[in-house]
Structures are given as C-alpha cells and as structure tokens.
Design a protein around this ligand. Structure first.
Ligand SMILES: Cc1cc2nc3c(=O)[nH]c(=O)nc-3n(C[C@H](O)[C@H](O)[C@H](O)COP(=O)(O)O)c2cc1C
Length: 223
C-alpha cells in the first residue's frame, strides 16, 4: 500500500471484526514503527500489546467496575485544557456530534452516549489492544516523539489491511492498567489503541472526520 493511501485511509475505527491478528504481524508493526524519529534518538516509547485471554481478562476486570465508577479512576494527566479555547472547542464538539449522529444517538441522550463511550473499554471489539507509555521524567518534546511513534504504528497497520483507534480514554483506568500490566512506577500511560480488522458494514465506521483547509493552518514562503 502506497504511503499516501495508508495515511488517507486511516481513521479511528470503532467497531472491529473478531478475526484475530497474528502475533508476528503485531510484532512487525511495532518493530518497524521504532524507525520513527525521536530527538536525540531517545526512543522513549514503551509498548504493551495484549490479545486473546489477556485482553479478555482486562475487559472482564473493568466491566463490573464501569458501573461503580462511570468516569473511571482518574487519569495521571489532563487530556484537554480546561476551558478549551476556540476554534478547538468547536472542532471537538463537531466531531462528537458527527460520531453520535452516525449511530442515531441524540445529543441529550446521555445514557446512549455513555453506552458508546464505554465501548472504548472493550477495545471496540478489536482482537488486539496496545498501550503506549513513556518515562515520567520526559518532557513535551519526548511526548511529541511518542505521538510520532503512535502515528507510525497506525500507518503501518494499514499496510496489513488493519485499522486502529488511538484511545486516550484508557488513561481514566490507568491504575487498573498499571496493576494489570505490571507497569513500572517510572512509566506513565499515554494512551491505548484498538487494532484489528474493521467492521466496515456498521454505521459507527461509516463517517469520516473533517479537516481544516490547508491554508488555514500552514503558511508557505519563498516558493
Ligand atoms: C492520542 C489520541 C487519543 C484518542 N483517544 C480516543 C478515545 O479514547 N476514544 C475514541 O473514540 N477516539 C479517540 N481518538 C480519536 C480522535 O477522536 C480522532 O483521531 C479525531 O476525531 C479525528 O478522527 P480520525 O482519527 O477518524 O481521523 C484519539 C485520537 C488520538 C490521536
């Protein structure tokens, strides 16, 4: 698959087929993704991949606790700034609207929205779950490197016909995940990721998020 096609066809997939992904494929994707650049070649990314019985065990551990703590245990970092400013606030709102409209859930249907949100913690039915972590002494520059690594995983997944959904939602259960994965104290969880074959027949995967026009975010000089 051409790299342009891989980038263009990636989207946040929120329903997967139960078809398994071989361990060799996941290992290959993660190994190749480590060709991503990092300042000073620090390679400050850590990956935990789970599948099969391990993945089912994590889902089973969380399912009953979702009822007790609908918002989770609390993350170690704040995902969005408090009072998210414009135009970011509107973009966030718009993508949420689009997602819930695709599956026929009205804005005021809070239980319906929560039901969809809770699917994050089932990896949206994906057969593979990835977790990305970073040493807690690292700074924004290294977090940016980690983002590049995560994107490289998602693009490489496309070359295998696989789809992904990066998931910050998992940080709300970081304590449980830390215990489950035996994540060392020095590591901080950045996000999870669902990986597998898309169920392309379902409405949740039928829409695409929009992007701002090129000249609204990029300036070109001297050409
Ligand atoms: C680091 C990161 C974390 C994300 N966390 C979640 C998440 O927890 N759940 C979810 O459904 N989507 C999540 N998303 C997906 C974004 O909502 C999505 O990337 C954005 O709306 C653009 O849509 P697209 O990925 O389909 O192009 C995340 C994306 C990124 C990059």
């Amino acid at each position: 698959m051409d790299v342009r096609e891989a980038v263009a066809s990636r989207y946040s997939c929120r329903a997967f087929l139960p078809k398994p992904v071989p361990e060799a494929t996941v290992r290959d994707i993660v190994e190749r993704a480590a060709r991503a650049p990092s300042g000073g070649n620090l390679q400050a990314w850590r990956v935990y991949a789970i599948a099969g019985a391990r993945l089912e065990a994590l889902k089973a551990r969380l399912a009953p606790r979702m009822g007790e703590l609908p918002k989770g245990e609390g993350g170690e970092y704040q995902i969005f700034p408090t009072d998210l400013k414009e135009p970011y606030r509107s973009r966030r709102f718009a993508v949420g609207e689009r997602l819930y409209r695709a599956i026929g859930i009205a804005r005021e249907d809070r239980p319906g929205r929560y039901h969809q949100y809770a699917k994050n913690f089932q990896f949206f039915g994906a057969p593979v779950g990835l977790f990305f972590a970073i040493d807690r002494t690292m700074l924004p520059a290294q977090w940016a490197d980690l983002g590049g690594f995560v994107q490289t995983v998602m693009v490489l997944a496309r070359s295998y016909g696989l789809h992904t959904c990066p998931q910050e939602a998992w940080i709300t259960w970081q304590r449980t995940i830390r215990e489950f994965l035996a994540l060392p104290d020095e590591l901080m969880l950045f996000c999870g990721m669902a990986l597998g074959y898309a169920d392309s027949e379902v409405p949740i995967n039928s829409w695409r998020s929009v992007r701002e026009p090129l000249d609204s975010f990029a300036t070109f000089q001297g050409f």
